[in-house]
Design a binder for this molecule. Structure first.
Ligand code: NAP
Length: 323
């Protein structure tokens, strides 16, 4: 808790997203002064901040991560102690349709933040939202921080390049810069384009009488799913260390998408087999069959462990749907 008259200041780039909103809630509870960016703060609805009741407690700025001038200006105006870079194109599926936008927002955005930090005299701690997608297919092994990257989508290629920029700037210029290698994490704030939320909403509608069928891509993919509010706590913990480093944040548990579908439909008393189809047209050009993390380093060095697993997650997401 930071209760002094001179609170710590955080700048959350991409404050309106799922993680940005939960991180805001966490940092406010810890006594931080929170600044946040959107590409267009005048036009953005900030519905996630409103849903958590924190919209009026933050300072909002416009910042385009790909525009160095706007990045530098956001840093100067907010004068943060800690910067969390969460703002970028975040959908693996969309990255196949918008590869250039994905690469620019993630890689150039990260580079602009790192370069801007070098311009400022005050030392700033930097968090980068790296991703489990960097590892590619893990062949039934749980990844550690030393597992090589084999990215399998434009999104993953972009995240891998940003990840190495962070490592390089840490080594070359002594910046405090962390990569949080987060595995999939979900919540009621996930947009419906993401598969877990698509499944939760469809099951909810069908339980209330809809006769629709839910079309999904591959059901045999395996993921390590966790609970977003717990994952932002791991981000904060990394930033409180004396020395910056990279950490895998995951539950350590692997489940197939079919397991998640079955669990979600069971929560509302339905048999998924009667309502769900796997449609080849929805398969990705390249996909990851198995993605699982080993969070042992985070447990040892950050004292962080996930408590919500896939099964608890489906029920929690369903409970929080506004009817
Ligand atoms: P999110 O809800 O999609 O939020 C990302 C924010 O980035 C959006 O609110 C948006 O803000 C901004 N944004 C979107 N497209 C952009 C673009 N083309 N250029 C610049 N900014 C853009 O994402 P999240 O789930 O909170 O994830 C936060 C970060 O962690 C992302 O970088 C994501 O890739 C990464 N990550 C997420 C997961 C996960 O499972 N959720 C796992 C690993 C890594 P405005 O529209 O207000 O500008």
């Amino acid at each position: 808790m930071n209760t002094t008259a001179n609170p710590k200041k955080a700048l959350i780039c991409g404050i309106g997203g799922q993680d940005g909103a939960y991180l805001t809630q966490l940092l406010l509870a810890k006594g931080y002064q929170v600044w946040g960016t959107s590409r267009d703060a005048q036009m953005s609805s900030f519905n996630n901040l409103r849903a958590l009741g924190v919209k009026e407690r933050v300072n909002l700025l416009s910042m385009a991560p790909t525009d160095f001038r706007s990045v530098l200006s956001a840093l100067k105006r907010s004068d943060p102690d800690e910067v969390f870079f969460l703002a970028a194109q975040s959908s693996v599926g969309l990255s196949f349709d918008q590869p250039a936008e994905t690469l620019e927002s993630i890689s150039s955005g990260t580079l602009n933040l790192l370069e801007a930090m070098r311009f400022l005299s005050k030392p700033i701690k930097f968090y980068h939202a790296s991703s489990s997608e960097c590892f590619g297919d893990l062949g039934q092994q749980a990844a550690t921080e030393d597992t090589p990257f084999r990215p399998r989508s434009p999104y993953a290629v972009a995240k891998a390049s940003a990840h190495w920029l962070v490592s390089n700037y840490r080594e070359a210029y002594g910046l405090f810069a962390c990569n949080g290698i987060l595995f999939n994490h979900e919540s009621p704030l996930r947009p419906e384009r993401f598969v877990t939320q698509k499944i939760v909403y469809a099951a909810h509608r069908i339980a209330r009488g809809s006769t629709e069928r839910l079309a999904l891509g591959r059901l045999d993919i395996v993921r390590d799913w966790g609970w977003a509010p717990e994952y932002v706590d791991a981000m904060w913990r990394m930033m409180q260390k004396d020395k910056s480093d990279d950490y895998i944040i995951a539950t350590g548990e692997a489940n197939s998408l079919q397991d998640f579908v079955a669990e979600t439909f069971a929560v509302v008393g339905l048999n998924w087999k009667e309502h769900v189809d796997s449609d080849r047209a929805l398969f990705r050009p390249t996909d990851i069959s198995w993605s699982q993390g080993n969070p042992e380093k985070a447990a040892r060095q950050l004292g962080w462990t996930a408590t919500v697993r896939m099964r608890g997650m489906a029920a929690r997401m369903m409970q929080q749907i506004k009817v």
